[in-house]
Design a protein around this ligand. Structure first.
Ligand code: ZN
Length: 213
């Protein structure tokens, strides 16, 4: 079944009635109850729209069970066969949105990618983009030393070094999540905080690589 489709000028907020069927909206992209398109510019999402597609508030802490549930239902609702003869959301757009939803789902599920996505929006709000390669002073030297240590030591010592790496990784992630959460609650995020978040995202990549080697 296809929904009567004229896209509303203001997409309803989560929990508000769908203009087409009256059911409370669970996604700001497509009504999961009737399949009506709700977003005005679905192919060029802005701000933090990817969270809205899944009806979730933009945050580092994420209800992954709910995310997966909405992703599955969006996939069903965006099946091209359900949109033949649909004026606002035809089969071709449904197909494009379906793959965009898959990419957004994969991105949101990965905490590092989610952090980078949030940082991009915070940077836009602040009018300040941190250096994408930002790293704390001395970090690369420490990584080099650690790598040498790993290469030159025996199994027991290696295990010890890797234990330390994992603790460092945990600490980085905790700080990353805390700073992102704080910045999201701030009207105008500050440049030093954004730079620190960028550093943490970069440091995480090095540590993940080193602990996997
Ligand atoms: Zn509906």
């Amino acid at each position: 079944m296809t929904a009567p489709n004229t896209v509303p000028p203001n997409p309803p907020a989560i929990g508000q009635p769908c203009p087409a069927c009256g059911q409370p909206v669970e996604s700001r992209l497509v009504c999961l109850a009737c399949g009506a398109l709700l977003a005005l510019n679905p192919t060029s999402p802005g701000g933090l729209d990817f969270f809205g597609w899944f009806g979730l508030p933009p945050a580092m802490a994420l209800d992954t069970a709910l995310l997966s549930d909405r992703w599955r239902r969006l996939g069903f609702r965006l099946h091209p066969d359900l949109h033949r003869g649909d004026s606002a959301l035809g089969p071709a757009l449904a197909l494009r949105l379906s793959s965009a939803v898959n990419a957004a789902y994969k991105m949101l599920l990965d905490p590092a990618a989610r952090g980078a996505y949030l940082l991009a929006e915070l940077s836009r709000r602040a009018g300040f983009t941190p250096d994408p390669k930002a790293l704390p002073e001395g970090f690369l030297r420490d990584m080099f030393n650690l790598q040498e240590q790993l290469e030159e030591s025996g199994p027991a010592e290696q295990q010890h070094t890797r234990g330390g790496l994992n603790r460092q990784l945990q600490a980085l992630r905790t700080e990353r999540d805390r700073l992102l959460t704080e910045a999201l609650e701030t009207a105008l995020p500050e440049a030093p905080a954004l730079t620190r978040i960028q550093q943490l995202l970069n440091q995480e990549k090095y540590l993940v690589k080193l602990s996997a080697e």
